[in-house]
Design a protein around this ligand. Structure first.
Ligand code: ZN
Length: 242
């Protein structure tokens, strides 16, 4: 995976800021994978999408991914550092899963961005959950006869939710955290698309500030300044500030 260039970072920030987070993640990937059309990227299992986002993040901003959360018990700030490469390496090939229980046999597929977009339009959490369930079930059988997913008992539905997510472990990247102050332990969700978007937005604004200072000092165009290597830009900025 190649890194985003300075002008791509600004272009992404400018166009994708008004998008839904699901579309932002897809726009970021499409920038470096133009050979994949948007529908193909949206149909990609979420685990695979996140692994690609992590490679892109590693190439553009480096491997070390710092994060922080607050202890739900005592509100202590807990900081941690992850590695994009090792997170991406945990990805297993997503596949269809079969669940057999109490004469029911259910086949599920991993969730993708189309599923998330459909769930995002739901008005209640229950409706979103039902929608995802409907979409991830490829086939439901009871005593070897095909049945409608809506007729499944709640216990089976709950098992499906677990199975569908287990088929694609990166679709829900849960981190185990523990509080150094009160030893409370909890889990937090790592949203790679969101983290990468925040970094792109911050870098775009920093780059525009650099363009502003260098254009004012030397009269260069935005394109000329963005084509400079980060080292050269930093050196000229130091000279302007001196
Ligand atoms: Zn605590």
């Amino acid at each position: 995976m190649r890194a985003l260039t300075a002008s791509e970072i600004i272009q992404l920030w400018e166009t994708a800021y008004r998008f839904h987070p699901i579309d932002r993640a897809l726009s970021i990937l499409q920038q470096v994978m133009p050979e994949h059309n948007r529908d193909a990227l949206a149909a990609m299992p979420l685990g695979q999408r996140d692994a690609l986002l992590l490679s892109l993040r590693q190439a553009t901003f480096g491997d070390a991914l710092p994060g922080k959360d607050h202890c739900p018990q005592c509100n202590e700030t807990v900081e941690f550092e992850l590695s994009c490469t090792s997170l991406a390496a945990n990805m297993t090939e997503p596949q269809h899963k079969r669940l057999s229980r109490d004469s029911y046999s259910i086949t599920t597929r991993p969730l993708n961005s189309f599923d998330l977009a459909a769930a995002a339009r739901a008005t209640t959490q229950q409706q979103a959950r039902d929608l995802l369930l409907q979409r991830c079930v490829v086939e439901s059988r009871y005593h070897d006869k095909t049945i409608a997913t809506e007729t499944l008992p709640l216990e089976i539905e709950n098992s499906i939710t677990e199975t569908a997510l287990a088929a694609d472990p990166q679709a829900e990247m849960m981190l185990d955290l523990s509080c150094p102050a009160c030893q409370h332990q909890w889990q937090t969700l790592l949203d790679v698309g969101h983290i990468l978007w925040l970094e792109i937005a911050a870098r775009a604004q920093q780059l525009l500030m650099e363009v502003h200072h260098l254009a004012k000092a030397y009269g260069w165009t935005e394109a000329e300044i963005l084509r400079l290597s980060p080292t050269r830009r930093a050196t000229y900025l130091q000279m302007v500030a001196a």
